[in-house]
Design a protein around this ligand. Structure first.
Ligand code: PXP
Length: 238
């Protein structure tokens, strides 16, 4: 059954709006676990706009499921990852000006740098995933450079405005999942998924995990974190 990783970055976004000490993403992580998620995901961005080192250390000590650290290949961030030792890392592209991650990491173009980081993290016993677009060449390269898994970018599916476009993006993801599984990669997906568009993706056979953040944290404002997570778990597990 497909797992749910809850991205709690936006609890920290709300905290940082006032630069105070609440709401605390660590509380949110515990409630997400009570709601039945399988893992907690956070993105330590170079500009620290939401998650900070303090959150990483406390989450590592507190949560009972699995900590997935999303990060760029920036040297300082790699050093922090080696200190915190999350259960897994997902390498993502990062641009300062973007509102959120805009697409997959280009493993083909940045092969040398990414290979170095993958090797360093694996040597430290951290499982490495790479966030990439639904593209065969990217998937093949991720496998070649030693990633244990990939997370396929679902952002364009989530943003599709017509039925035709939605179907096209969905088929691309479905084919990429099969291709990735054939290459023996653990295969997850995420970005832009919400209570309305997730079911179709969750039904793709063989998917390991869905990483979902913004929609769950938004819904949690109305119904609370635990219920927001439980409702998502119920949708994705049918
Ligand atoms: N997966 C990755 C790699 C991401 O960068 C993000 C956003 O931080 C997510 C999943 C979650 O996306 P969303 O907040 O749109 O659910």
């Amino acid at each position: 059954m497909v797992k749910l990783g809850v991205n709690i970055d936006h609890v920290a976004t709300l905290r940082e709006a006032r630069k105070i000490n609440y709401p605390d993403p660590v509380y949110a992580a515990v409630l997400a676990e009570l709601g039945g998620c399988d893992g907690i995901t956070v993105h330590l961005r170079e500009d620290r706009r939401h998650i900070k080192e303090r959150d990483l250390y406390l989450l590592k000590d507190t949560i009972k499921t699995r900590l997935n650290l999303e990060m760029s290949t920036n040297e300082e961030i790699v050093k922090i990852a080696l200190k915190v030792k999350p259960d897994m890392v997902t390498l993502v592209p990062e641009k300062r000006q973007e509102l959120t991650t805009e697409g997959g990491l280009d493993v083909v173009k940045n092969k040398k740098k990414i290979t170095e980081v993958v090797e360093t993290l694996k040597k430290a016993g951290i499982e490495v995933f790479i966030f990439i677009d639904a593209d065969r060449k990217q998937i093949e390269t991720a496998k070649k450079i030693g990633a244990e898994g990939i997370e396929i970018h679902t952002g364009r599916y989530a943003e599709a405005r017509t039925k035709k476009e939605l179907e096209k993006e969905f088929l691309k993801i479905k084919e990429a999942v099969q291709f990735s599984l054939d290459m023996d990669l653990i295969t997850s997906a995420g970005h832009g998924l919400n209570y309305h568009n997730v079911r179709k993706i969750a039904d793709i056979p063989g998917l390991y995990e869905l990483n979902i953040g913004h929609s769950i944290i938004s819904y949690a404002l109305y119904v609370g974190m635990e219920r927001a997570v439980r409702d998502m778990v119920n949708i994705i597990r049918g």
